[in-house]
Design a protein around this ligand. Structure first.
Ligand code: U2F
Length: 454
């Protein structure tokens, strides 16, 4: 497409941490395919773009262009390793880094922005969009429950916080629609303590969301019906357009340098434990050791996605002793791994993308959440959907992990597999022709494309 001055121009801003930028880019790629007459600009920090774009096949799209924005870190800055440091520097650089880059791009291309489609965290986009007289579409990369909880932050504080402290951790949030299974202990720290820049960002987001033309989620209708209905009352439009993992196009290129898929093909059906803790974390050393001991004791074939080289030595003896039954790789093609018939259980931190991918692959989970929405996701997986189990005591011990493996791979596993099979079918129906996510996606295209006439 040759970009013209009056070409509709959708501008996407990514939150450059964890897996956030990737599903936003996938959404942009789907929109670019659906609306070839629209131009899409994807803004992300240089560091994050290097990671994301190498796997993105962007050259296939002649109406998508990626741009680097400043991440707020001074030149030559050496990060401490605490992810919050980079996040806070980035927050400090917003919104000016995006505003400045957008002005440059509009100046260079002559194409004014006609719609801002940004990570919901970047709530200031609504102010930029309103200044430009164009719609803001917010993309929430997790499920409906966490975003709904953020919208009840003030009410939750008034119920549960006394002198800055949270009362009984076991209390449920049954005074909120659809939240009777959620407990105080499941709430993200950022929701309970509003004193940090990241917490403020999320609080401000909850205030800004009603001004969004639409909230888009990588989820599917019916998964949390009461919450979805409640969100619809508060927001202009709620569009579940996922799960992305159930979609066949655009297929992320299979990145299988470790040979995971051929290894899986030599394993018995539903026998392998797949372990991965997402893009941001590694369990602490005693938990890694406990996990390895449990796998070894049970002689369970395993595939472990493990990137933290500083902790790799903890698994050395274990990986040597179990090399005939297990495999440790730096990166696994997780979507295809979870879709492989040999995988019987997913040991996960309950990041939302992992949960969606497990549902798509129909693989029950053993959950060890760490932060943010992960405790909520665990609660849904175990207590609401019955498709997995949390580890006893909330952290990996050898006996707790053995018990969880026994449960999922033998006793209760059958029921979990039935439940996840049904959810997986609903997910497939949602993204099929005329399915709810497909129809929602068409509405999204309508919002994004018609916005040039605003
Ligand atoms: C943050 O989650 P993470 O990025 O840590 O974890 P996920 O949401 O589960 O996403 C991880 C993605 O990385 C892929 C995997 C997922 O799509 O398929 N992946 C892979 O392909 N191969 C590997 O070896 C390892 C991972 C945050 F921490 C969570 O709390 C949020 O729920 C989440 C979404 O907002 O973002």
């Amino acid at each position: 497409m040759s970009a013209q001055k009056n070409t509709p121009h959708v501008v996407a801003f990514a939150f450059p941490f964890g897996s956030h930028p990737t599903p936003l880019l996938h959404l942009i790629q789907r929109l670019a395919t659906a609306s070839p007459g629209t131009h899409f600009s994807y803004f992300n920090t240089t560091r994050s773009n290097q990671r994301v774009l190498s796997k993105a096949n962007l050259h296939v799209y002649n109406n998508v262009k990626a741009y680097d924005v400043d991440d707020g870190a001074p030149d030559g800055h050496v990060f401490s390793g605490n992810p919050m440091e980079a996040i806070e520097m980035f927050i400090k650089a917003t919104p000016e880094n995006f505003r400045k880059r957008l002005e440059d791009v509009v100046g260079e291309t002559g194409m004014k922005a006609t719609c801002l489609l940004t990570d919901a965290f970047l709530w200031f986009s609504v102010e930029m969009a309103e200044e430009m007289g164009i719609p803001w579409v917010a993309f929430w990369t997790s499920g409906p429950t966490p975003v709904s909880l953020h919208m009840y932050t003030d009410l939750i504080h008034s119920k549960f916080k006394e002198n800055g402290n949270t009362k009984d951790q076991d209390q449920t949030l049954d005074f909120l629609p659809g939240m009777s299974a959620i407990r105080v202990s499941d709430l993200p720290q950022e929701l309970l303590h509003l004193d940090r820049p990241f917490s403020r960002l999320l609080y401000d987001m909850s205030l800004a969301l009603p001004r969004a033309a639409a909230l888009v989620l990588n989820s599917f209708a019916g998964i949390e019906p009461i919450i979805e209905d409640d969100l619809k009352l508060k927001l202009q439009k709620v569009l579940n357009v996922g799960p992305f993992s159930s979609l066949t196009s655009p297929t992320p290129p299979s990145d299988d340098q470790g040979g995971c898929l051929s290894w899986l093909s030599n394993q018995a059906p539903a026998s392998v434990a797949y372990l991965s803790f997402g893009t941001m974390l590694t369990p602490p050393p005693p938990e890694l050791v406990a996990l390895a001991e449990a796998l070894e004791e049970k002689q369970i074939p395993y595939l472990w996605s493990f990137r933290d080289n500083s902790k790799r030595h903890l698994l050395e003896g274990f990986s040597e002793r179990t090399k005939s039954t297990g495999k440790i790789v730096q990166w696994a093609p997780q979507l295809q791994v979870l879709a492989h018939s040999s995988v019987g259980v997913f040991i996960t931190h309950c990041g939302w993308n992992s949960v969606m991918e497990s549902i798509t692959g129909r693989v029950p989970m053993i959950c060890r959440p760490f932060f943010g929405d992960q405790m909520i996701n665990r609660r849904l997986v175990e207590d609401v959907w019955g498709i997995g189990v949390g580890v006893e005591g909330g952290a990996f011990t050898k006996s707790g992990t053995v018990a969880a493996l026994d449960l999922v791979l033998t006793k209760e596993g059958k029921k979990m597999r039935e439940h996840i099979g049904k959810l997986g079918e609903s997910a497939s129906r949602a993204v099929a022709e005329n399915g709810s996510s497909t129809e929602n996606f068409k509405s999204l295209v309508g919002i994004v494309v018609s916005s040039h006439s605003v």
